[in-house]
Design a protein around this ligand. Structure first.
Ligand code: DQA
Length: 150
């Protein structure tokens, strides 16, 4: 019997406001909608999904530390901390599992300061600009990576 892979989906600051926050940029899905889609897709793929959001950088760092030895993969949309947080990067660099970075918007079409991501230095792959669907694609990417790595 295949073992269930445990995936942490980590969302950073202001993503709790999705649906009402700049919908022209981030779409009309709420974070709960995205969570439901991840849980449904996760079930199909045989993943156990732990979906979280925090507005606090320190809490995100702690959650990444706790993922060590527990979660097979982390999907992270660090929100604005993507562009500022060396602490989150350092935490992700200590994590031995697979990291997929996701952004709802295409950060490369936006302000110059959004073009640089600290998270990317620790990410196995990056998905951006595809809205909430990006999270499901990240789950599919994880499945492929786990299958390939055996
Ligand atoms: C974001 C992009 C970031 O630049 C921004 O600060 C966010 C959301 C995205 O999902 O497109 O909060 O990570």
């Amino acid at each position: 019997m295949a073992m269930t892979s445990k995936i942490l989906v980590l969302n950073g600051p202001n993503l709790n406001l999705l649906g009402t926050r700049q919908p022209e940029l981030y779409g009309s899905l709420s974070l709960s909608d995205i969570q439901a889609a991840c849980e449904a897709r996760g079930r199909d793929l045989g993943f156990e999904i732990d979906f979280r959001q925090s507005n606090s950088e320190g809490e995100m760092v702690e959650w990444v530390q706790q993922a060590r030895g527990v979660n097979d993969g982390v999907i992270v949309n660090a929100g604005a901390y993507t562009h500022t947080s060396v602490a989150l990067l350092d935490a992700l660099l200590t994590y031995e599992g697979v990291v997929i970075e996701v952004h709802l918007s295409n950060i490369y079409q936006r302000d110059e300061f959004r073009h640089h991501s600290y998270v990317s230095k620790a990410a196995d792959g990056v998905i951006c600009g595809l809205g909430g669907h990006g999270y499901e694609l990240a789950l599919e990417a994880l499945q492929r990576i786990f299958q390939t790595r055996g």
